[in-house]
Design a protein around this ligand. Structure first.
Ligand code: NAD
Length: 441
């Protein structure tokens, strides 16, 4: 290739990067950014579906990206300036929907990736939402409650131009919780009047849905049980290893144990605890609340997060952050079933290794869709000014999770593809079809 052409290609790449587009798939690597990794799976699906170029162009990039400066007055009077983002990826199937993450790594690329995954997840689980995500680059563990409240109110005011009950509805994600949503709802309501449907994942006392807090973990276990049944892995007595012991990880552990599985290891950001005979999940939870972590729990052996992923088990559930299973450790994973409770825990390159090794992977867009499903129920209850009881919420959640899991499994069998490919194909087809019906291009 001549030097001029190379320069031209490089310029095109830079222009595409600046606009949040990715190039068609290159060889998968661990060094792909979160957005490159998320869109790698999309491009592969577009290839299988023979999607026309104009649809690929529309669906590979975000519709709208808002970046804001969030000045934060600290309790000691000093000032910190954080970056905040709200990215709306695609709204063909309904209002944008997706969580707000408070984490040091929540930059534009990461938020873009998560927004795109929300588009595919919402389509796959079949709720009438498009995909969005928000983030503020900060370390919430270093902020006091009053600092978090000021940050949340300021960020909400700044993104208030692009959110709305029928436009874009935030929810909690890593580093945020029901309290954060209560502040967001209040901040938005000060300008627009009482608007409970502006966020989901609120406290039940403020119009939140019963069952929302545990919904993601519950959905993870519902989906795991369905797939395990199909793969002839008895769930009762199955050894389960979970990375992350926050909202999703804790509930997945508690509900797996309740359903008769043996939760052998759990971890948080500091490290994990392992007991081959099974852990008492509630006791570990109480210990982590009082001691600030799980690793010092006395009835087990301390294990690092890296070693935890290599523990031999029936079911491995990464429920913390992205990119933890990579080419350096995918060969060491010793599980019969890997269930992605976190968003993007497996790099595309590691995914290929697991595929070659015959390890079934339940993709994030299916496994962790329970949270947004109950968020949808919460939004429905808010707009109808009517509340459901927890049994109804869990029944409706089970219907959605079972139907989507069944569809993904059948599609993967029909097309002889991995579960992730089947999930993306169903989702991309639905979004492209809705976009076409609406006349997007
Ligand atoms: P959380 O903040 O409640 O918990 C995160 C957990 O991961 C904590 O135990 C934390 O200590 C641990 N952790 C953080 N960094 C880690 C690291 N480097 N190594 C190991 N552990 C680490 O967050 P959450 O709401 O439970 O979300 C977890 C994952 O699930 C995220 O990927 C999130 O995007 C995804 N998710 C969450 C929801 C939801 O409803 N909360 C819905 C869908 C997907």
């Amino acid at each position: 290739m001549a030097g001029d052409e190379r320069q031209e290609d490089k310029a095109k790449d830079q222009q595409a990067d600046a606009e949040g587009r990715t190039q068609p798939p290159r060889e998968p690597t661990d060094s792909m950014t979160p957005f490159e990794a998320a869109t790698y799976f999309f491009h592969n699906s577009a290839e299988r579906l023979r999607l026309e170029d104009h649809w690929r162009e529309v669906l590979a990039s975000s519709y709208r990206e808002l970046g804001v400066q969030v000045p934060l007055r600290m309790d000691d009077g000093s000032m910190t300036v954080c970056r905040g983002y709200r990215v709306q990826h695609n709204g063909a199937r309904g209002p944008y929907k997706g969580g707000i993450r408070y984490h040091p790594s929540a930059d534009l690329d990461e938020v873009r990736a998560l927004a795109a995954l929300m588009t595919w997840k919402n389509a796959l689980i079949d709720v009438p939402f498009g995909g969005a995500k928000g983030g503020v680059q900060c370390d919430p563990r270093r902020l006091s409650k009053t600092e978090l409240e000021r940050l949340t109110r300021r960020f909400t005011a700044m993104i208030s131009y692009v959110i709305g009950v029928n436009r874009d509805i935030p929810a909690p994600d890593m580093g945020t919780n029901a309290q954060t949503m209560a502040w967001m709802m209040d901040a938005y309501g000060q300008k627009h009047g009482y608007t409970p449907g502006i966020v989901t994942g609120k406290p039940v006392e403020l119009g939140g849905s019963p069952g929302r807090e545990e919904a993601t973990g519950r959905g993870v276990i519902m989906c795991t049980q369905e797939i395990a049944k199909k793969l002839d892995i008895p769930f009762e007595g199955a050894s389960v290893v979970i990375q992350g012991f926050g909202n999703v990880g804790y509930w997945a552990a508690a509900l797996a144990a309740e359903a008769g599985a043996k939760v052998c290891a759990v971890s948080d950001v500091v490290g994990g605890i392992y007991n081959a005979n099974g852990l008492d999940v509630d006791a570990v939870f109480k210990h982590s609340q009082s001691e600030g972590g799980v690793q010092s729990y006395p009835e087990g052996d301390a294990v690092s997060n890296e070693d935890l992923l290599g523990i031999e088990c029936d079911i491995l559930i990464p429920a913390a952050i992205q990119g933890v299973i990579h080419t350096g450790n995918a060969g060491d994973v010793k599980t019969r079933l890997l269930v992605e409770a976190a968003n993007g825990p497996t790099t595309p390159a590691a995914d290929e290794i697991l595929c070659e090794r015959g390890v079934p992977v339940v993709p994030d867009i299916l496994a962790n869709a329970g949270g947004v499903t109950v968020s949808y129920f919460e939004w429905v209850q808010n707009t109808q000014r009517f509340s459901w009881d927890v049994a109804q919420v869990n029944d409706e959640l089970a219907k959605k999770m079972t139907a989507a899991t069944e569809q993904v499994f059948e599609r993967s069998r029909r097309d002889d593809t991995m579960l992730r490919d089947a999930a993306f194909d169903i989702a991309v087809e639905r979004v492209a079809h809705a976009a076409e019906l609406r006349g997007y291009v």
